[in-house]
Design a protein around this ligand. Structure first.
Ligand code: XMP
Length: 515
C-alpha cells in the first residue's frame, strides 16, 4: 500500500483515486499526522502531494523525518517536490507569476520514473503535462539529478536513484498530463513493487471477511435509502451475513417516482434481502403541513426519519450493529475539518445522527472507498447499473424541491414531472452527460388556456447541471428541441401544470437545489 501525505492541494484525492485505479490500495493522511503512525503504517511508498503554501516562507509545512527514515521510495508532486528540495539541501524560488495549464517538459536524463515515456516523436523525449504552481525548484539537492526541465523552469523533475526518491513539478494525476497514469504506474508498481490486487472482487472478499469477523452471529440493521451508498452496503452485507441483516426503508412520500416499489423489487424480491418498508408518507405530510422555511423543513424531515428508524430498530431486539454507507471522502473531510486544514468546506448534510441511546456498534464497509469504487462494487454485486450510476438525490428528497409548503398533491405532480424529464434524458442519451437533473415544483399560478377557458395552474422548473465536485456547476446546455419535447409532455400529461421553465443559473451564486 501507498501513503499519500496531503499538503492541502485540490488534487490530492485525485492522486489517491488514480493509484486505486491501478489496483493499489492507498490512504491520504495530513502532512502533520502523528509521525509515529506514519512510521508504523507500513507503506511501500510515500507520495507527497501538492499544496497551496510556499516553502520559501518560514513555518511552511514539511515532510516529517519518518518519511525519509522509512527507507521506501518517495515521490514528491509539485509542493511535494519543492519541500523535498528545501528539506534535503536544494533551493526553491518564488516566481512573480503562477504557471497554470499545459506545458511541455524535456527529459534530459533517464531515470526509473520517466525513462522511455514520450508523448511525441523527437529527441530529446518530451512529455505533455499539466502545471499548476507558483514556486519552483531552482537547485536540486545533493545526490539528485535533474531529469526534466521546461523553458520556464530549470527543474521540472529530479531523481535520487540510489534512495529511490523522486520529484515532479507537474501533476501526473490530472488527465491533461498524457503519460500521467503511466508515470504513477511506474512509481507504485515498478519502483515501489506494489501488487495490483485492489480490485472490486478483492475488495468484496476482504470486506466480507472483515464484516463476518466483526459482527459474528449478531444482527445488523441498515437504513436503506435507495441511494447508491446504502444500496451497495445492503448488497454487500447481504452477501456477507445474509439473514442477520435487516434493512429499514422509510418511504417518506418525497422519493422519486415509483422509487419505493423499485427499492423493494431490487432488494426484497430480486436479491432476497430482508427489508422492512415503512410507508410514512402521511406522517411526513402531516409533520410538514404549514412549514415553509427550507431549513425548518430539512429539520422536520431529518428528525422524523430518526424517530421512525428508532421505532423500527426498537422492534429488532437482537440488533447489535448499525451499518452505514459512509465513504472515504466523508472520512477525509471530517478529518480535515477536525484539524482545521480542510480547504474545501462541504455541507453535505445527510440525515442527522441517530439517538445516543441506541448503543449500537458501527459497521461501515465503504469507509475506505471513493464513489467510483463504490459504484464498481455495486455492479460487481449485481445491482442494476441504472441504480448504481444514478444522479445524486438529496436526503430530504422532494421536500426541498417543492418550494414553500409541502403538500401531497404537489409531491405527486412533481414526482411525475421529474419522471418525464429523466425518462426523456435517458431516451435521448443525455442522462450520463449531465451530473444531476431534476424538476422543481413552483407553487405559483400562471395563466393557461384550457379548451376555451382560462385556467390558473402551477409551474414546473427543470434544472440540469454539469459539475465535477458539486461545489461549482454550470447549467447544462440541453438542446432546445429536447427541452421542447419535455415541456410538451409535462404540460399534456399532467393536469395542473400549464407552464414549464428551464433554469439557466450557474453555481455560484445559485445552488444546485432551489432550497
Ligand atoms: P446545492 O444545492 O448545495 O447541492 O448546490 C449540492 C449537492 O448536494 C445535494 N444536496 C443535498 N444532499 N441533503 C443531501 O443529502 C441535503 O439537504 C442536500 N441539499 C443539497 C444536491 O442534490 C447536490 O447534489
Amino acid at each position: 500500500k501507498i501513503l499519500v501525505l496531503d499538503f492541502g492541494a485540490q488534487y490530492t484525492q485525485l492522486i489517491a483515486r488514480r493509484i486505486r485505479e491501478l489496483g493499489v490500495y492507498c490512504e491520504i493522511w495530513a502532512w502533520d499526522h502523528d509521525p509515529a503512525q506514519i512510521a508504523g503504517f507500513g507503506a511501500k511508498g510515500i507520495i507527497l502531494s501538492g499544496g497551496p503554501e510556499s516553502t520559501t516562507v518560514a513555518g511552511a509545512p514539511r515532510a516529517p523525518q519518518q518519511v525519509f527514515d522509512a527507507g521506501v521510495p518517495i515521490l514528491g508532486i509539485c509542493y511535494g517536490m519543492q519541500t523535498l528540495a528545501a528539506q534535503l539541501g536544494g533551493a526553491t524560488a518564488a516566481a512573480d507569476q503562477r504557471e497554470f495549464g499545459h506545458a511541455q517538459v524535456e527529459l534530459v536524463a533517464p531515470d526509473a520514473l520517466l525513462d522511455g515515456l514520450q508523448d511525441r516523436p523527437g529527441s530529446p523525449p518530451r512529455l505533455d503535462v499539466w502545471m499548476s504552481h507558483g514556486d519552483h525548484v531552482a537547485v536540486a539537492p545533493p545526490g539528485f539529478t535533474v531529469t526534466a526541465r521546461t523553458e520556464r523552469i530549470p527543474v521540472a523533475a529530479m531523481a535520487n536513484e540510489a534512495r529511490r526518491w523522486y520529484g515532479v513539478q507537474f501533476h501526473p494525476e490530472v488527465t491533461h498530463t498524457k503519460s500521467g497514469q503511466a508515470l504513477l504506474r511506474r512509481f507504485v508498481v515498478d519502483i515501489c513493487g506494489c501488487a495490483t490486487l485492489w480490485t472490486p472482487e478483492h475488495i468484496i472478499e476482504d470486506q466480507i471477511a472483515r464484516v463476518r469477523a466483526k459482527v459474528g452471529s449478531d444482527e445488523v440493521i441498515l437504513g436503506l435509502s435507495g441511494g447508491v451508498d446504502s444500496s451497495v452496503v445492503a448488497a454487500l452485507l447481504h452477501k456477507a451475513i445474509g439473514e442477520q441483516l435487516t434493512c429499514v426503508f422509510v418511504d417518506t412520500g418525497l422519493l422519486r417516482f415509483n422509487e419505493g416499489d423499485q427499492v423493494m423489487a431490487t432488494f426484497a424480491e430480486h436479491l432476497g434481502v430482508k427489508v422492512i418498508r415503512v410507508d410514512a408518507a402521511e406522517r411526513y405530510f402531516k409533520a410538514l403541513a404549514g412549514v415553509t422555511d427550507p431549513e425548518a423543513k430539512r429539520k422536520v424531515i431529518g428528525n422524523l426519519f430518526v424517530e421512525i428508524f428508532d421505532e423500527e430498530a426498537g422492534k429488532l431486539a437482537n440488533a447489535r450493529w448499525l451499518a452505514q454507507g459512509t465513504i472515504y471522502p466523508d472520512v477525509i473531510e471530517s478529518a480535515g475539518s477536525r484539524t482545521g486544514k480542510a480547504h474545501v468546506i462541504k455541507s453535505h448534510h445527510n440525515v442527522g445522527g441517530l439517538p445516543e441511546h441506541m448503543k449500537l456498534g458501527l459497521v461501515e464497509p465503504l469507509r475506505e472507498l471513493f464513489k467510483d469504487e463504490v459504484r464498481r462494487l455495486g455492479v460487481e454485486l449485481g445491482l442494476p447499473r441504472e441504480m448504481v450510476y444514478r444522479h445524486p438525490f438529496p436526503g430530504p428528497g422532494l421536500g426541498v424541491r417543492i418550494l414553500g409548503e409541502v403538500r401531497p398533491e404537489y409531491a405527486d405532480l412533481l414526482a411525475r414531472a421529474d419522471h418525464v424529464f429523466i425518462e426523456e434524458l435517458r431516451a435521448a442519451g443525455l442522462y450520463d452527460q449531465v451530473s444531476q437533473a431534476f424538476a422543481v415544483f413552483l407553487p405559483v399560478k400562471s395563466v393557461g388556456v384550457v379548451g376555451d377557458a382560462r385556467a390558473y395552474e402551477w409551474v414546473i422548473a427543470l434544472r440540469a447541471v454539469e459539475t465535477v465536485d458539486f461545489m461549482t456547476a454550470h447549467w447544462a446546455q440541453l438542446p432546445y428541441e429536447f427541452l421542447g419535447k419535455v415541456s410538451n409532455r409535462i404540460i399534456n400529461e399532467l393536469r395542473g401544470i400549464s407552464r414549464v421553465v428551464y433554469d439557466i443559473s450557474g453555481k455560484p451564486p445559485a445552488t444546485i437545489e432551489w432550497e
